[in-house]
Ligand binder design. Structure first.
Ligand code: HEC
Ligand code: HEC
Length: 182
């Protein structure tokens, strides 16, 4: 056997080994890239009357009830205000009024303090733009939405706009709940 022939054979053998290695070696193809984890859809925000149960469908009168700790009924508060309105509430009434000098710290007697609240009040003396009494929008927002952690509407009741303002899910119209004391 000549040198050239030997070299060719050795070369052929090396090729064969290399080929064998390639076929038997486990596939080195990288694992397919992991599909991105499906985006976690955040839970729907819980808004009473919109996406969550509405605990106070009739507004004021469903929340202002005779409770264990205090009698919060509007008619009961009204009886107290005919004697004297608490100082903190007088301050809010003044702040919400067009003319603070009209606020004397006593509420006049009303014949129907249990019926159709707040419409009975907001439709007459406490209407928007009133100059004789604090308009209810401004007064009730000051009472319920200010004071942060000191305000029980915001703490104990987890108060929300929708506790008073109700959305008609069919028409998109808002209306302020009104109802009568039981
Ligand atoms: C979800 C419960 C809730 C609803 C609905 C609600 N209130 Fe209140 N309201 C409260 C709480 C709680 C307070 C006491 C807030 C605080 O800690 O100062 C309060 C306070 C008041 C006060 C002041 C009482 C005082 O002596 O200082 C008035 C007046 C009042 N609410 C009227 C209304 C009217 C009118 C409506 C309806 C348009 C209404 N509220 C709806 C819970 C409610
Ligand atoms: C305690 C009850 C109550 C709560 C809570 C409340 N509102 Fe009102 N809001 C009223 C009343 C009563 C009116 C007067 C108009 C009416 O009778 O619809 C009013 C009126 C309004 C008006 C009309 C302008 C005005 O001031 O009269 C806007 C705007 C408004 N509210 C926005 C809000 C928003 C936003 C929230 C929540 C961050 C909210 N309200 C929470 C009772 C409330």
């Amino acid at each position: 056997m000549g040198h050239t022939r030997k070299a060719v054979l050795v070369f052929a053998a090396l090729l064969a080994i290399a080929a064998a290695r390639q076929t038997s070696a486990p596939s080195q193809t990288p694992a397919p890239a992991q599909a991105p984890a499906p985006a976690q859809t955040p839970a729907v925000r819980q808004i009473p009357g919109i996406t969550a149960k509405d605990p106070y469908p009739n507004g004021c009168v469903d929340c202002h009830v005779a409770g264990r700790d205090a009698d919060m009924r509007m008619s009961v508060l009204m009886t107290q205000w005919m004697v004297a309105v608490p100082a903190a509430l007088v301050d809010k009434a003044k702040a919400a009024s067009a003319d603070a000098t009209k606020i004397k710290g006593k509420h006049p007697a009303v014949p129907n303090a249990k019926t159709n609240l707040p419409q009975t009040c907001a439709g007459v003396c406490h209407k928007a733009g009133s100059t004789i009494a604090p308009p209810f929008g401004r007064l009730l927002h000051l009472i319920h939405l200010t004071g942060g952690a000191k305000n029980r509407f915001l703490t104990a009741q987890q108060g929300d706009c929708t506790h008073c303002h109700k959305l008609d899910q069919k028409t998109g119209a808002w209306k302020t709940a009104s109802g009568s004391e039981k």
